[in-house]
Ligand binder design. Sequence first.
Ligand code: PGA
Length: 256
Amino acid sequence: MRTILIAGNWKMNMGPKETADFFGQLDDDAQKNIEGVDAAVCPPFVSLSAAFSARKSGSAVKIGAQNVHFEDNGAFTGEISTAMLKELGCDFVILGHSERREYFGEDDAVVNKKVKKALAEGITPIVCVGEVLQERKEDRHFDVVKGQTAGSLDGLTADDLTKIVIAYEPVWAIGTGETATPEQAQEMHAFIREQLSQLFSEEAAATVRILYGGSMKPGNADELLRQPDVDGGLIGGASLKPADFSQLVDIAAGQK
Ligand code: PGA
């Protein structure tokens, strides 16, 4: 059985002080180790230390980053390495988010190098895929997601696959208030799992968590998480408020 993952993507929000406040206000229940549910937040780089300091001792909420470079170290001004994230204690790193693809020119080849580097460092990559509205309108969404999945995971082994998380985020649903219907999400998640099973192995594909992302919030999470191939959420806006984040963790716990 796959453990549901509720992961907050804070994007370029929440400085160190707001991050500390978030953990200060987060309900104890949301920080408990809940069987069948993992919870994580991914603050901006500069707030990671604050997150580790403010997280209560014994809290089960994991901490991740939103990006990383694929080289070990060196002349890459403005970049952060996997070893640096590991030193802090990060469990996750979001890779290939559509905003990185759109505004920072990341393509599948770059995402692929980052995925391999994160795996080598023992950090779980959350690999994002998803089509833009035009691609869906032209009925190309399955092809687009298939290409992104194969390209981002190129050269991985079935064993590597069991150590990653995929996030399906239809770009038209991100930050727009528009959500994929539970049926649309399930259809794409099942399609991704089938791709993984063909590319790697059925056993490995069955273990991979596939998160849905795009305007997930307490009001729609239950229906989405009920879908058999939806194994959690990558949540932007609704993860910034401790009360909403806790509610999402509660909803996930209620699925068990
Ligand atoms: P949203 O963002 O929940 O604000 O739509 C999700 C994401 O981009 O990861």
